[in-house]
Design a protein around this ligand. Structure first.
Ligand SMILES: Cc1cc2nc3c(=O)[nH]c(=O)nc-3n(C[C@H](O)[C@H](O)[C@H](O)COP(=O)(O)O)c2cc1C
Length: 191
C-alpha cells in the first residue's frame, strides 16, 4: 500500500500564506508518489478544549473525524503560522482533541505516536514563522512523532507568491517541494 499523508494548516484564513506554502509541499509529496488528504480545520466542529466539556458531552464530531483521519494516514505535514512567537490556538486545539481517548476508550495519542511529521511555515515577517515551528516540533516530539529535519520557513511571505499562488523564487519552490518529498521517503522507509 502507498504512503498516505494528512496535510493540516494552522490558519483557515481564505488567503492564507501558509496554505499556499503547504500546497507546494503537498504537490512535492504527490509528485514523489504519496496520497495526500488536505483537512481544513475550520470545517471541523472543534470548540476550544476544556475538561468539563469533554466529560459532559464527550468528543465533538470534529474531533472524532480528525482522529479517524489521523488513523487512516501514515504521516502528517503541518503548516504552522506564527502568532506572538508561537503556534496558533486553532492548530494546538485540534492536536489536543486528537490526543484525547477515543469513543471506544482507545488512545488518541497512539494515532500520532510512531508516525512521521514535517513542518513548513510562512509569515510576512523576516523569520517566516520559525519560532512557531520550534514550538510545534516540541509538541509533536512529546506525542511520539518523528519530525524530519527537512523544513521550510518562508519570510516576507506576503511578497513571495505570484497571482497563481506560485513562489516567485524557484529555489524556494524546490526546497518546499523537497519537504513533502522527504516526508514521503521517510514514511516509506519506516512503513
Ligand atoms: C495575533 C497575531 C499575532 C501574530 N504574531 C506574529 C509573530 O509573532 N510572528 C510573525 O512572524 N507573524 C505574526 N503574525 C502575522 C502572521 O504571521 C500573519 O498574519 C500570517 O499571514 C498568518 O498566516 P496566514 O497567512 O496563513 O493566515 C501575527 C498575526 C496575528 C493575527
Amino acid at each position: 500500500m502507498g504512503v498516505r499523508i494528512l496535510a493540516i494548516n494552522g490558519s483557515s484564513r481564505r488567503e492564507s500564506l501558509n496554505q499556499k506554502l503547504l500546497d507546494i509541499a503537498v504537490q512535492g509529496a504527490r509528485d514523489a508518489g504519496a496520497e495526500v488528504t488536505q483537512a481544513r480545520l475550520a470545517d471541523f466542529d472543534l470548540p476550544i478544549y476544556y475538561g468539563d466539556l469533554e466529560a459532559e458531552r464527550g468528543l465533538p464530531n470534529g474531533a472524532r473525524k480528525l482522529q479517524s483521519l489521523m488513523e487512516m494516514h501514515d504521516a502528517l505535514i503541518i503548516a504552522t503560522p506564527e502568532y506572538n512567537g508561537g503556534y496558533t490556538a486553532l492548530l494546538k486545539n485540534a492536536i489536543d482533541w486528537i490526543s484525547r481517548p477515543r469513543g471506544d476508550g482507545s488512545s488518541g495519542v497512539a494515532l500520532m505516536a510512531g508516525k512521521v511529521a514535517a513542518l513548513v511555515s510562512a509569515s510576512p515577517g523576516p523569520l517566516g514563522g520559525l519560532r512557531s515551528q520550534t514550538g510545534m516540533r516540541a509538541v509533536l516530539d512529546k506525542l511520539g512523532m518523528l519530525v524530519i529535519p527537512q523544513a521550510f520557513a518562508l519570510g516576507m511571505a506576503h511578497e513571495a507568491f505570484d497571482a497563481q499562488g506560485r513562489l516567485k523564487d524557484g529555489n524556494a519552490t524546490r526546497l518546499v517541494s523537497g519537504v513533502g518529498e522527504a516526508l514521503y521517503r521517510m514514511a516509506l522507509r519506516l512503513g
